[in-house]
Design a protein around this ligand. Structure first.
Ligand code: ZN
Length: 179
């Protein structure tokens, strides 16, 4: 494969993208603020190798509002009765018990579990040339300390194995992962 072909391959890869949906609800502790922020929750969407988005549904864990996620950063409010909404157990049932055990000790969102399933279904660990180093990784936590970002992430290595890694870099040294 030439360098140009490799570049093309990267652009045409299937992608799983995590992003936040802004809901219509406001958490109680925000309500007394002069400019209360709307609650945000994570959603996961798959963009196929020709750039088409697979629409999906997501439900606000706080107020239950249901969204049809039609594009990255674009979600339309719908009637919950019409939507097919997964829960974390549904996703776990599609995974090997070794993987479920590794990730169950953390408080992950449904969207993160969907990303785990996406990584495994597409065997992303085998596609080193086609993926970025963050594509087969689940971020567990990050914290900002002065000019550093510290935290923990887990890299999925196969259908049944994953390795923890420390996140440790200086702010500004490179762009934070797409998580
Ligand atoms: Zn909500």
């Amino acid at each position: 494969m030439t360098e140009q072909q490799q570049q093309q391959q990267q652009e045409n890869k299937i992608q799983g993208i995590l992003f936040d949906i802004q809901c219509r609800c406001v958490l109680p502790q925000m309500r007394n603020r002069t400019t209360p922020e709307f609650f945000k929750f994570p959603a996961f969407i798959i963009v196929d190798d020709v750039g088409a988005v697979n629409p999906t549904y997501a439900q606000c864990p706080f107020c239950g509002a249901t969204y049809n996620v039609v594009d990255i950063n674009k979600a339309v409010l719908v009637d919950a009765k019409l939507a097919k909404i997964e829960n974390i157990k549904d996703v776990q049932q599609t995974l090997r018990s070794e993987i479920v055990d590794i990730f169950s000790s953390y408080d992950l969102s449904l969207a993160q579990w969907q990303k785990i399933r996406f990584i495994i279904q597409n065997k992303l660990w085998e596609k080193e040339n086609q993926i970025s180093t963050m594509d087969n990784v689940i971020i567990i936590r990050t914290e900002e300390l002065e000019d550093k970002i510290n935290g923990k992430r887990i890299r999925i290595m196969s259908e049944k194995s994953a390795q923890p890694e420390n996140i440790n870099y200086e702010i500004g040294s490179f762009i934070k992962g797409r998580e």
